[in-house]
Design a protein around this ligand. Structure first.
Ligand SMILES: [Zn+2]
Length: 424
């Protein structure tokens, strides 16, 4: 049964640091970025040409990394300006391009709806593309706390935390605010936590980001987006007012507004990540295994601002949980979200109709079990991941004012469950 899939063991982790970049280094990195963008765009053009050629002629020519590598060697031989850049970084562009195209092909093969597909790698525009340079082992070294890059560029690193081991590669990139970062790849090291003997089921939602099988671990929607909305709307209006006419370069005011908007967005994203990480830490510390809905955000669907904010919060929290679980060697299972709101967590019967969103209580037509809708879904995650039996246990029977609970499957002496044992 492939209803729940274990999160694949990944052999590496990323450590990202802010970089201190001098004006010389900045110019060198931007020039390197320009050369890389040119190579990327060549890859896009070549790949499209081959595709069109095959379509017209019925041939099956390929355009894999080997051919693209050959193209790069040839281009470097004939163009001195390209040779000024590091070949390590330029070869990585071809690897990145190959990966991006493979992902697009995979999504097409899997027949994902268009809105959720990763598109084919597209042409990068000078004004819009931010530099992102990948240096593999032989393209960088760390010395005296500074980062030495192929081509003679040296940048300072803000060591906000310790790098656990020797990194195998580093990606140097600039974000939309103009800040530079270095993201180091190191072999992942599991930091095991003591066993707890407990499992948790997690369901994602709009009003409550996470509803779990254990109340203290529920996570209310923090509404970071709503609080920042006022600012974002202001910057949006500012940008609209200053929008350049078609074909004209953006004004300084427009670029300023765009930067402010990016800054506000980033702030929201950081808060979401922080909330997610704190929650994930608690969940992972207290449970050996977690079954979690494999929620995929639907940003491209036409939805309300509230829905988008909730989706973003869920996305950030899910990533935090997976990463935290991996870091501490916990068993995190992703459960396919289909029908999780329709199934009964107690008898596995499936409701005939989807529960309308307004209906907050789940009532099973087969066994009569009722409980809050999201709590039922959270428990379905546990069942699907194989972490629990379908038979109800004492703790998840509806609350009774009795100290004694009948064992499941064993008729109580009175034959009527615990209600006859009410304390006087
Ligand atoms: Zn049922």
């Amino acid at each position: 049964m492939a209803q729940a899939e274990a999160v694949a063991e990944v052999g590496h982790a990323r450590y990202t640091y802010r970089l201190r970049v001098s004006s010389t280094a900045r110019a060198a990195l931007l020039a390197e970025g320009d050369r890389c963008r040119w190579i990327w765009n060549e890859c896009v053009a070549k790949s499209r040409a081959v595709h069109l050629h095959n379509k017209a002629s019925g041939e099956k020519q390929t355009c894999g990394p080997a051919q693209l590598d050959k193209m790069l060697t040839e281009a470097r031989r004939t163009a001195p300006w390209l040779r000024e850049g590091s070949s390590v970084v330029q070869q990585q562009v071809i690897r990145d391009f190959g990966r991006s195209r493979a992902k697009a092909h995979k999504d097409i093969r899997e027949r994902l709806p268009e809105a959720r597909r990763a598109g084919m790698p597209a042409h990068k525009k000078k004004r819009e593309a931010l530099p992102s340079l990948n240096y593999t082992q032989r393209g960088f070294r760390l010395k005296d706390g500074r980062l030495y890059l192929a081509g003679g560029t040296v940048v300072g690193v803000v060591w906000s935390r310790e790098l656990p081991t020797q990194p195998s590669s580093v990606r140097v990139y600039q974000d939309s605010l103009g800040h530079w970062y270095g993201s180091f790849v190191v072999p992942a090291q599991v930091q095991p936590l003591p066993e707890t003997g407990r499992v948790l089921g997690v369901d994602w939602g709009v009003s409550q980001t996470a509803t779990t099988t254990s109340d203290p671990y529920d996570l209310a929607h923090a509404e970071h987006g709503r609080k920042a909305k006022e600012k974002l709307t202001r910057y949006d209006r500012m940008m609209a007012r200053r929008k350049p006419k078609k074909g004209q370069p953006a004004s300084k005011g427009y670029r300023e507004a765009k930067k402010l908007r990016a800054k506000a967005h980033k702030k929201v994203a950081r808060r979401r990540q922080d909330t997610g990480r704190k929650w994930a830490k608690k969940v992972v510390r207290d449970h050996d295994a977690v079954a979690v809905e494999d929620f995929r955000p639907k940003f491209l669907a036409r939805t309300t601002m509230a829905r988008k904010a909730a989706d973003a919060a869920i996305g950030a929290t899910k990533i935090a949980l997976i990463e935290m679980g991996r870091k501490h060697g916990r068993d995190i299972r992703l459960v396919h979200p289909a029908h999780t709101t329709m199934d009964c967590a107690h008898c596995d019967a499936r409701a005939k109709h989807r529960l309308p969103l307004g209906m907050r209580t789940y009532t099973c037509t087969a066994c009569g079990h009722t409980c809050p809708r999201d709590k039922n879904s959270a428990r379905v995650m546990l069942v699907r991941a194989g972490f629990t039996r379908l038979v109800p246990t004492a703790q998840d029977l509806p609350e009774r004012r009795s100290g004694r609970q009948p064992e499941p499957g064993i008729p109580s002496p009175t034959g009527r469950g615990g209600f006859n044992n009410l304390a006087p």
